[in-house]
Design a protein around this ligand. Sequence first.
Ligand code: PLP
Length: 397
Amino acid sequence: NLKLSEKGLKISPSLTLDITAKAKSMKAKGIDVVSFGAGEPDFNTPDNIVESGINAIKQGLTRYTPASGIIELKEAICQKFEKDNRLSYTPENIIISNGAKHSIYNALMAIINPNDEIIISVPYWVSYPELIKIAGGVPVYIKTKEENDFKYTINDLDNALTNKTKAIILNSPNNPTGTFYNEEELKEIADWAVKNNVLVISDEIYEKLVYDGKEHISIASINDDIKKIAIVINGMSKAYAMTGWRIGYAAADKKIAKIMSNIQSHTTSNPCSISQYASVEGLLGDQSSIVEMKKHFEERRNFMVHTINNINGLSCKKPKGAFYVMVNFTKLKGKKIKNVEINSSLDFANLLLEEGKVAVVPGIAFGDDDYIRLSYATSIENIEKGLSRIKKIVEDK
Ligand code: PLP
């Protein structure tokens, strides 16, 4: 008869971390599993950043820092916003946290009153609904369609709007679909948000991973009105292969930034001092390694998409950004493969793991049971090996 938190009991575990853990434990037992589960670059952190981290340790920069982060990194982040996004912020607008996930958490804690509604699109990044619930809010879902590039319209937003709507979370480029909104679409969303006084949490963690020569645009840069009500989220994890260093950041109006910083000061205090110093080098130092990583991701994407579309029963669109492919398997639904009837994305993912020794994430983790998600943050050889195993299973050879 443990008396536990009702709010806590409603939080589901992170299914993506769960699958990667299962694949890792199979690998540890010596089973040759190909994992497409990864939500992180397979590259090492660039040397110049690593060196800066080592130097920070040697110089004794190993103590508490101001709760919302060191001034050097805040200034580097302001420079980054100016250079990459045409956004002008000062250090008072910036809060540095333990990863972008933590930044989103702080943002939601700063704006949500009990039962406030936060609009997100489906498929969504696994943590959004749970983070909203932890903060006492209610996730409101807009289902998007593959034929519309997994994007919603102003009409969809109008239909989701109520007098409890507090914010939307926009994730462009998107995990898991790889879609991104162009300038015209962002302008429409910005106008809608301003008109309806709805805050925008803009998760731009995949900004550096946009392909086909296109460039990411931050919704906050559309005009000053939207900038006032936007909380821009970004971080070091994906672009700089720094997932373990845990540095994310947010830029917001000073009032919002202050509340986020106060919340952080009583929960985690500052993010790791060493990682902060290393991140200064990441943002201000040589950027050639991130250009190189992006080149690899783009090649892998092209190869993966082409190969998947040559497997009977599976199909996918070419994602425009991030490092994931949403694979549509509706043609296999109701069919029996290796004596397993495929009725859900979990059935399909389990079959692939158990029979094919390939780890994928079931779409249900993102709220869409017609898909599985494959990450191409792995080598071309692995992609080739894993997809040929999937082909064998699916074509039942
Ligand atoms: N936002 C999205 C859409 C993500 O996919 C991720 C990581 O998977 C994050 C935020 C969090 O990144 P981190 O907390 O490592 O900075």
